[in-house]
Design a protein around this ligand. Structure first.
Ligand code: CUA
Length: 315
């Protein structure tokens, strides 16, 4: 799987306006906590050295309480908490503003164990590889088709749960082009760990080109192997779950295969997208992702190969 060009992730990275705000709050919190830590360590060290007991010292005076000191060490932390609370509230509001009547740019629908991405404004539907235009103010609607999942690309900022029967909103303004990786972050079943999120942020122009290419109906196969592959797919139960534009496969239970050849990976970031890997996947998906909903159809290798050849022509 070639995701080697992906950005490396750490907690101080940000690739969206929202993540930038959250990382800024992280730094403020960290700075205040560090200041407290070093003040406490400093005072302790000072007291330990300065007031160190020597042999023959008399008992020090017993202090029963000190009102001024007690008020000080109650008020200062209360002010720090208040300050951080107000900042946190402001950041939460900035990152999750009211949605109002705004329509989503992308609907993220989580499935066991893959991601469906649809763009209601253009009609594009794809799976597992998300494309977003750099610099655009985007609203993602996060849904689930089955159990609770969670959409999380660390560089984009917060996690957002995907809850069946409930729509959540995630605002993103990507500020940097690149390939960003994420992961389903709510345990959702046997293949939870193989729900990779592959997010491509591209310049607006490239995004428009991608959108146009996704809206095209792929040409019917001409090569005899691919033709045979198409016949097999159309005559088997594949069509009860998958959609391929321009054919009689119109179901939407499983990933849309209309432009599967354009994707880098198979099985939600699991395998590199090659004819060979797709053949193996079609023969026995359970070998790669035990517990996923695609069954082993007991196909011969030659049939599975022809189906893979057909699919790898769908651009
Ligand atoms: Cu989906 Cu964890």
């Amino acid at each position: 799987m070639d995701l080697s060009t992906a950005q490396t992730t750490n907690i101080f990275n940000w690739a969206t306006e929202q993540a930038r705000t959250i990382v800024w709050l992280e730094w403020v919190n960290l700075a205040i906590c560090m200041a407290i830590l070093f003040t406490v360590i400093g005072l302790l060290t000072y007291a330990a050295i300065k007031f160190r007991g020597k042999a023959g010292d008399a008992d020090p005076p017993h202090v029963e309480g000190n009102l001024k000191l007690e008020i000080t060490w109650t008020v200062i932390p209360a002010l720090i908490f208040l300050f951080l609370g107000v900042l946190t509230g402001t950041v939460m509001h900035d990152v999750n503003p009211p949605v109002g009547k705004r329509l989503p740019d992308v609907i993220v629908n989580a499935h066991q164990f893959w991601w469906e991405y649809s763009y209601p404004k253009t009609g594009v539907v794809t799976a597992n590889e998300l494309y977003l235009p750099e610099g655009a103010d985007l609203l993602l609607e996060i849904r689930s088709a089955d159990v609770i999942h969670s959409f999380w690309v660390p560089d984009f900022g917060q996690k957002m749960d995907a809850i069946p029967g409930h729509k959540n909103n995630l605002f993103l303004k990507p500020v940097r082009s690149g390939l960003f990786l994420g992961q389903c972050s709510e345990y959702c079943g046997a293949q939870h760990s193989l729900m990779r999120i592959v997010a491509n942020v591209v310049p607006q122009k490239e995004f428009d080109t991608w959108t146009q290419s996704q809206l095209k109906v792929p040409a019917a196969p001409t090569d005899p192997t691919a033709k045979h592959g198409e016949e097999l797919i159309m005559s088997k139960t594949c069509v009860q779950c998958h959609n391929i534009a321009g054919t009689k496969a119109v179901a939407n239970v499983a990933p849309d295969l209309t432009h599967i050849a354009d994707r880098k990976t198979l099985g939600s970031g699991l395998l590199e997208n090659t004819t060979d890997n797709l053949t193996k996947w079609i023969m026995n998906p359970q070998q790669f992702k035990p517990g996923c909903y695609m069954p082993n159809m007991r196909l011969t290798e030659s049939d599975a190969h022809d189906m893979a050849v057909y699919l790898e022509n769908l651009k």
